[in-house]
Design a protein around this ligand. Structure first.
Ligand code: PHB
Length: 370
């Protein structure tokens, strides 16, 4: 394996307004450790993120933009004062260690449960049950038919993203990532199976994408375009309640091309989460397909290792690689890649469990050697 200077992953890059010391990004990861009544980041979060400050960029766990936006127990938020204060401690500490951190702005839409909303239905573009599950305080529960958002509720939600972006700046984040991926609210607008609207927000590709661009226009009033990233998962099918069809890839092509008009920090895309090789209307190589369509920095995610991560960058199919599970188990992942050192194994049983175990206790390289 190449030494540091030859590894594409370890070369610095400027994305929008933000200079990154390497191209290894810590992917946004739900870890369900915001266990206080406020769902605020705690001292445990400070330690967890600071341990991983060697990443070129950390993208925070998805943080709900409002009470309405929640769908999983113990996920952090970015809508209350206590949450802003909690995140401030995290960003301060990450910055002291020389790291950069964006806040992922999250709204789950219909992947929620009435238990989170005083018995009321969660909100979505249309009243279509994703037939998925929500991680409630009483364990996993089946999703329900959501409430179809009115135009007023859409406007309100766009405002909540703007406010959350403002909160993220106040909390000291270097930027924000709009979580328009993985079957959550934006994705529910994009796909025909979840969006049956016949108003300005549904019907055609342009109208199904409108919610995203409306949010982007508002968020950029609070955060410069060069500090905004955005996440997309075009080939998601059969998981997170998402059903794709032959208009799905053209929808994402439209979105990605339209994003060229913005000088974003990056667009973050995922390779398929499941085997979609028998579905002819989906695409199995997202970086390769979308790279020529997008003029800005492309971040790619899902299933990459040291070798394939370096290759996707040297082949010019992406500019950065986001690592999830590898960063959970290896707080010093860039150092390990630089030294071609062995990696720790992650423990999936502790991914979503509360507390310190499997969160802040993975060994660093030096500690292993003693
Ligand atoms: C998860 O908790 O499994 C999860 C959350 C957000 C995502 C993807 C997966 O975008």
């Amino acid at each position: 394996m190449d030494n540091t200077s030859n590894q594409a992953l370890l070369k610095p890059i400027k994305v929008g307004d933000v200079s990154l010391k390497n191209r290894m990004v810590m992917a946004p990861l739900t870890r369900s450790r915001a266990e206080d009544a406020e769902n605020a980041a705690s001292d445990l979060h400070v330690k967890y993120y600071t341990q991983r400050a060697g990443a070129g960029l950390i993208i925070s766990e998805g943080s709900q933009v409002s009470k309405q936006a929640v769908g999983y127990v113990n996920t952090a938020g970015i809508h209350s004062l206590a949450q802003i204060e909690g995140w401030k401690k995290v960003t301060d500490s990450v910055h002291k260690e020389g790291g950069k951190i964006f806040c992922q702005l999250w709204h789950v839409g219909r992947i929620s449960h009435p238990d989170f909303h005083n018995g009321e239905k969660p909100w979505a573009p249309s009243a279509v049950n994703p037939n998925s599950q929500s991680f409630t305080p009483d364990g996993f529960k089946d999703t329900v038919d959501p409430h179809a958002m009115s135009l007023g509720e859409i406007k309100q939600t766009i405002g909540e993203f703007k406010q959350a972006a403002k909160n993220a700046v106040e909390a000291g984040f270097d930027g924000v990532e709009i979580h328009s991926s993985n079957g959550y609210l934006f994705h529910q607008f994009f796909n025909r199976s979840s969006n049956k609207r016949d108003d300005d927000y549904g019907g055609t590709i342009e109208k199904r994408a409108k919610f995203l661009f409306d949010v982007l226009e508002e968020v950029k009033k609070e955060v410069p375009e060069g500090r905004i990233g955005l996440r997309l998962n075009p080939s998601l099918h059969g998981v997170f309640g998402m059903e794709a069809d032959e208009e799905t890839i053209p929808t994402f092509e439209y979105i990605v091309k339209k994003l060229n008009a913005y000088n974003l920090a990056y667009v973050h895309m995922s390779e398929p989460f499941t085997d979609i090789s028998d579905i002819d209307f989906l695409i199995g190589n997202i970086a390769e397909h979308f790279r020529p369509l997008y003029d800005g920095n492309l971040m790619i995610n899902n299933g990459f290792d040291q070798k394939t991560g370096n290759k996707v960058i040297s082949d010019k199919k992406a500019d950065m690689v986001a690592y999830g599970k590898l960063f959970i188990a290896n707080p010093d992942l860039p150092k390990r890649f630089a030294e071609n050192a062995p990696l720790n194994e992650g423990d999936p049983d502790t991914y979503y469990q509360g507390g310190e175990k499997g969160y802040i206790d993975y060994p660093f390289l030096e500690e292993k050697e003693v």
